[in-house]
Design a protein. Structure first.
Length: 478
């Protein structure tokens, strides 16, 4: 990695428990639905993570894999030694493809049914709880034996450990009710994993900084939870939010999907939410840890895709590492391009959450910005930008509360991947408002009495950008 880019903090190597990340960009775990029902690493999974590795993030967290044997559809598994060959090969290939370090995220989940029924923490016996603790330790041992750089424990969203941490955990024994009791299982799992893998193995935890449901916990509790994790020698905490069953919308005949309510929006904020929606949570947790003498790194996540914004978060001490999931799905080469000073070539995530919708419907997760029909993000070493074949005339028309844009097709020596749409108004700077493969775009977010000015720019498979169209202006009637 010979270049440092314009963002020295973001691309500064980051040492953590004997492992040095090449930069401070983290790819958080993302469900791909590429595995079969058997939970074995297959060629599609291999290709997805090798593609991420080629883009050179600092840390790759492989999607959640089950520590137990319950049926769960297309989900990876690390529950027995039979899965070790595929897991070993994945770690080997990711390491060979780029400088990133790689850890698997390991998870335990409770049972759910298509009727809407779900198993609750109060349904588990003490024997069940002990089996969970042992399963996490065994899974972490396999991660080390398979050549990974560490392991991340999934304690976020709607799953078992998160449900024990939840303020909704009303068990009447030592595993529920009070905050100390709600933290007990998480503490036992961390202790067992550390005992199993040793102190010299990277151990991270992903957990909710806020539950984002009525009656759920918020930052004061998550500060205490993070502090306890730091005391138990966790090497980093990755902060998420929401994703709970309590406000999930049940579709008849389908199992509950914990990202369909408001808490799901907070977990994966879409285009209608501000950038960095959850950064304040990570900042509050990090400040609390520092006040108590712990330097445990904190990962901030939640709609962070602009490198200048990421740099500012780091420089202001709001986080130590920056998690980018959907931006790296849209363009796995984001880190490499930005580091090399090719920020303009990044294929920008539009936060349309088509990927989220695919996951919800148990379909293979791809990005709407990829070429149609492709299962992996495109690769291209081409540096020649696209151009307009017969002029670049953009038209804009207001009708029925929306602005409709149209433009001609561009051409490229490889292929035009899409078009970026930019907008400015008198009281706002020009900003990227969307991307589209077609030769048109509808802007519904306009206000009466305002003049909007639009431009469109084509880009190709490598992210090379052609010339802008003319600027088209349209006045929204007052």
């Amino acid at each position: 990695m010979p270049l440092m880019a314009a963002y020295p903090s973001l691309f500064q190597p980051f040492p953590i428990n004997g492992v040095t990340l090449p930069n401070r960009i983290v790819l958080p775990a993302m469900v791909t639905r590429l595995s079969g029902e058997d939970g074995v690493i297959n060629s599609d999974i291999m290709d997805r993570y090798v593609r991420f590795a080629k883009g050179e993030p600092g840390l790759i967290v492989v999607e959640a894999m089950a520590v137990h044997t319950a049926k769960s559809g297309p989900l990876l598994r690390i529950s027995t030694d039979e899965f070790k060959p595929g897991l070993t090969e994945l770690a080997k290939r990711v390491h060979a493809a780029g400088p990133a370090k790689v850890v698997p995220q390991i998870i335990h989940f409770l049972k759910i049914a298509r009727s809407g029924w779900r198993q609750m923490v109060g349904d588990l016996t003490k024997e069940d709880i002990r089996e969970i603790v042992v399963a996490y330790g065994a899974a972490a041992r396999r991660a080390r034996e398979c050549g990974y750089d560490g392991v991340e424990l999934h304690m976020a969203h709607a799953y078992t450990l998160s449900s024990f941490l939840s303020a909704k955990n009303l068990r009447r024994d030592e595993y529920g009710g009070s905050l100390a009791n709600r933290m007990r299982l998480a503490g036992e799992v961390i202790t067992e994993v550390r005992r199993t893998v040793g102190r010299d193995f990277l151990l991270g935890v992903r957990f909710d900084g806020e539950e984002c449901i009525k009656g759920g916990y918020s930052v004061p509790d998550s500060q205490a939870i993070a502090l306890r994790m730091a005391q138990l020698t966790v090497d980093y905490v990755s902060i998420s939010a929401g994703g709970k069953f309590e406000d999930a919308i049940h579709k008849p005949g389908a199992p509950l999907y914990p990202y369909t309510g408001y808490s799901g929006d907070r977990c994966m904020p879409g285009a209608d939410y501000p950038d960095g929606l959850n950064v304040y949570i990570a900042a509050g947790i990090r400040e609390w840890l520092r006040q108590h003498g712990f330097q445990t790194p904190v990962v901030a996540t939640g709609k962070i895709s602009n490198p200048a914004f990421a740099e500012r978060i780091l420089n202001e001490g709001k986080a130590d590492l920056i998690g980018m999931a959907r931006p790296l799905l849209a363009d796995p080469d984001w880190p490499k391009k930005v580091r090399e000073g090719r920020e303009s070539a990044v294929i920008r995530c539009v936060y349309g959450n088509i990927c989220k919708n695919l996951d919800e419907n148990f379909k293979k997760v791809v990005c709407v910005l990829w070429p149609q029909g492709k299962l992996q993000a495109p690769e291209s070493s081409d540096l020649e930008p696209p151009h307009w074949a017969a002029g670049a005339t953009l038209t804009a028309q207001y009708k029925d509360g929306r602005v409709f844009l149209k433009w001609p097709a561009a051409t490229d020596n490889e292929a035009v991947q899409g078009y970026s749409i930019y907008r400015r108004a008198k009281d706002e700077p020009e900003r990227h408002i969307g991307s589209n493969k077609a030769h048109g775009y509808t802007d519904p977010d306009v206000s009466p009495g305002t003049v909007y000015r639009y431009r469109v720019q084509p880009y190709d498979l490598g992210g090379n950008r052609g010339e802008f169209t003319n600027e088209a202006a349209v006045e929204v009637p007052g």
